[in-house]
Every structure is written in C-alpha cells, then in structure tokens.
Design a binder for this molecule. Sequence first.
Ligand code: TTP
Length: 247
Amino acid sequence: MKAVILAGGNGTRLHPLTLVTNKHLLALYDKPIIYYGIEKLVEAGVDKIMIVTSPWHIDNFVKLLGSGTNFISPLTGKQVQIVYGIQNEPNGLAYGLCIAKEYVGDDNCVFYLGDNIFEDNITEHIKNFKGGTTLFVKQVSDPGRFGVANFDKQGNIISMEEKPKKPKSNLAVTGIYIFDNTVFDKMNGQKPSKRGEYEIMYPIKKYIAEGKAKVVTLKKKYFDIGTIDTLFEASLYMKNKNDNRKK
Ligand code: TTP
C-alpha cells in the first residue's frame, strides 16, 4: 500500500525551534522526527511514500531522505520509494491529502501525520484492510483536546465529536488513518471550516454515514509531538528504550 505523510504545518507551538526549520526535521533523541513514522510504515509493508510539505522546507527533506535510499522494505528487500508533494499553505489536513490524489491513483492509502510517533505494529491492519476507513485511537487522559470516536463492540464508528466538553470515552483519534480510494471524491466541494482549514473530519463523517468507518485501538506508546514538553518526553522515552536495549 502507498502512504501519504503530512509534514507541513506551522509548528507554532514549537517556536523558536521551528522558526527556521520544519518540526519534522527536528531531533527526537537520535533521529529526525520524520524517520520514526517512515520506519513504522515501512515495517508495516508500505514501500511507496509521498511526503507532503511546504515550499520552504521541501529542499531539506530531499537532502535528508532523497528517493528513500536509507529505507529498505522488509517485504521486497528493495529500497522504499519516496516522492514529494508541495502544500503551498498550511490550510488543513484534507487539503494536504488532496495533493496526493494523482499519486495515490486507484490504490488505498495510509494517511499519516508526520508528527505522530507510535509503537504498535500495524501490518495486519494494512493487510486486512477491506475498504472504507480505519482510524487508530489511543487512550488519553485528556480526550477533550482531541477528536473522540464513539463505536460499537465490532469497532464500527457510530459518531464522532471534535474536542467534546463531555467525552463519551477517553479514546482519542490519532494521526494514523487508512482510506480507500473514495476519500478523494468525498472531499469534493469541501469549504474551509471556521478556523480556515480543510478538515479531515469532512470525508470521515461521510464514511461514518455510509457505515464504513472502523477503529483500531493502539495499545503501545504513542506521542503527538505538538509541544516542547511532548518533544522532550518522547526523546527521553526513546533514550531509555535505547539504553535498556544495550543492557
Ligand atoms: P498540527 O499539530 O495541527 O499543526 P502544526 O504542526 O502546524 O503545529 P502548531 O499547531 O503548533 O502550529 O498539525 C498536525 C500535523 O499535520 C503535523 O504533522 C503537521 C501537518 N500539517 C500539514 O502538513 N499541513 C497542514 O495544513 C496542517 C494544518 C498540518
């Protein structure tokens, strides 16, 4: 399966670290943030990736990752293919995904926000994907800051709430999604939201209305690198993991 990694955005909460560079190029312990996502997707069987970023930072991504030379697919034993897309303005996740429309073509795709760090192995979920959308949720202590999905015992999503005041569960929607090819049609005619962004919730709500949205709960460690504190916390976690491996 192909993947589209979003690596644009403003990174305002990480100022001044992101005043002259892109959040996904910052160090998380011993690697740039973008490496972690690529490695997890490659582990899960993805061997073609489009990285969508801003015109100001694309040159640095190309210098760092090139055509994917440092990443070998465990399935094919061949180099992973990395290509690039440009999002002129950080005008929303759905807009970023639309840039990859031609690239994805008739395939399904994993859509991944490059500042998400996760440890679960998602190989089976990609292999067994049967269409619709799969969202990955994670237990958090403050679900009111996130999108929260309400779902039945089979994992079918019934409804979704953005930053709910009274969350019905503590399972937050993360930045890892699998979409079938209809996601692009589902974004047709979309207008920017009140905050001026093309929201990824727009196509997701259509999948929910069709009864084609499922959730998978992540069990292992997960970080969303938005702030200096989460960047520091995730770096420390990776250092401890690395130290324990050496023992
Ligand atoms: P956010 O964390 O919502 O935004 P941000 O990274 O710009 O940070 P801040 O809120 O501090 O300004 O972005 C989530 C992910 O999506 C992140 O990996 C950046 C990416 N992104 C894009 O690539 N394009 C976009 O238009 C937006 C809004 C985000």
